[in-house]
Ligand binder design. Sequence first.
Ligand code: FAD
Ligand code: NAP
Length: 512
Amino acid sequence: MAGAGRLRAGPGPGRLPWPHALPAALPAALRRWLSSPAPPPRVCVVGSGPAGFYTAQHILKHHGGALVDIYEKLPVPFGLVRFGVAPDHPEVKNVIHSFTQTARSERCAYYGNVTVGRDVTVPELQRAYHAVVLSYGAEDNRVLGIPGENLPGVYSARAFVGWYNGLPENQDLKPDLSCETVLILGHGNVALDIARILLSPLQLLRKTDITDSSLAALACSKVKRVWLVGRRGPLQVAFTIKELREMINLPGTRAVLDPADFTGLESAVKDAPRPRKRLTELMIKTALEKPAEVQAAAAAGAAAAGAAAAGAAAAGAAAPREWGLKFQRSPQEVLPSADGRRPRGVRMALTRLEGSGDSARAVPTGDVEELECGLVLSSIGYRSLPLDPAVPFDSRRGVIPNSSGRVQGVPGLYCSGWVKRGPTGVIITTMNDSFDTAQSVLEDLQGGVLDVSLSREGFGLVESILHSRGVRPVSFSDWEKIDAAEVARGKAAGKPREKIVDPAEMLHIIGH
Ligand SMILES: Cc1cc2nc3c(=O)[nH]c(=O)nc-3n(C[C@H](O)[C@H](O)[C@H](O)COP(=O)(O)OP(=O)(O)OC[C@H]3O[C@@H](n4cnc5c(N)ncnc54)[C@H](O)[C@@H]3O)c2cc1C
Ligand SMILES: NC(=O)c1ccc[n+]([C@@H]2O[C@H](COP(=O)([O-])OP(=O)(O)OC[C@H]3O[C@@H](n4cnc5c(N)ncnc54)[C@H](OP(=O)(O)O)[C@@H]3O)[C@@H](O)[C@H]2O)c1
């Protein structure tokens, strides 16, 4: 299959052709496997985010002979670790080091720039591999389904995050940040990420890998106030304490929480699980805290104390920017400005809660309220899409139906990560879930459910398909060249990297 100027056929770039003479330096387990008469099991993984890499890692670690190929639609790897995780959270991205170790394994190969479902189908992959694992994440977002949702100036959090993180498809977003007030709909960690990016002092962002163009837009931003609006109450927020604390401590901003929202909650969370209890206590403390200036004025009997007590409690009264949480408001309609060029607000249905705890439901009371703003960011969650007609998909839940990662009704097909269990959970959750799927693959290899007596061609077969369709994959060493170019560009600006946002430029760097 191999031809001049194309990726090598066989087990993959940097791997041994098959069959072959075995170099002595190979790991013992691999030598044993390769010298046995059975052909090596070939596994392919679709998607190079945490789910894809952790699935590959676990299979490689626990099966001395398996060969794993990872296919990724973008030229660059790592999914939401690169395009989702906030630029001011560099420590979270350290998982890239372990993914890189995996990709450099002699038994693993990376093929970027290959969109499965378009460039190669899942049945074609199934013909080339003994097992196929779908780990392609959640590339769409939930929609509110309310009037005005498609107005200019209303964006999904997914697109906004993609914009500041350099995701190629979102580089034309160019959000208009000339308004003072932004509404973020949703009380999850993505909502807090976005609020932080909108309100962070520029000098903090300059040292991160946020893209230059979004930094330039944020430098001209007039945004002073961000409201995070949830349809349920303080006991149902989906964000976590570390992220809330970061907001509270954000330099140059003050938190505006209404103490009335928290009445009686201290006793209500007494027996709640510890993370929920601590999170609620922090919100209550912030709502009740008086800023130092106000406290000083109160001590002197100044009128300022009265003003503060009447309004919301706040931290850092002199702060030029502010943010706050609004509860029990469900978005009903985005209202256009007179010229229709941006939103002027969102009409909210006020809600009451039916039931308690996590399962409480928000039910409209019949009352409404208009919240003013000039920009709306809908942060109500991501959503997976079906990939291929050959793969069952539960459209209601937005997941591939599976049992421990085994796709229902399709032997040899597996799934892991957000497409397996839905778009929630941090990287560690995704890791555990991917190990669970990898374990299913290993059991099926060892238990004979997967017939490994028949040799599969792996990338050799896929390469010929891709070639016939004019698709040129990107190898991991190609990515390392792009990586080096990004790091070099960032160095000049004191950033860890300057992301290249145009796939054509990425391909140019590697000579494609
Ligand atoms: C904005 C945001 C911030 C987050 N921040 C944190 C954080 O700070 N800490 C934390 O622990 N967790 C964080 N998370 C959660 C974490 O990112 C997820 O748990 C994890 O990325 C899910 O992994 P995944 O591999 O299932 O999906 P993804 O990371 O989305 O990876 C899927 C991969 O599949 C590829 N793909 C898609 N379609 C195809 C196709 N047809 N063919 C080939 N490849 C395809 C995609 O390009 C992508 O690379 C965050 C999530 C979001 C949305
Ligand atoms: N720093 C970090 O660790 C970090 C950063 C970002 C993301 N993540 C993780 O990534 C995952 C995804 O985060 P996410 O914020 O996108 O999702 P999320 O945690 O599921 O939060 C979604 C929010 O949207 C609300 N919502 C959903 N549908 C709605 C509707 N129709 N109308 C109004 N509100 C609606 C939810 O409210 P209800 O509860 O009422 O449904 C919830 O407040 C999470 O597990 C998160 O922890 C982690």
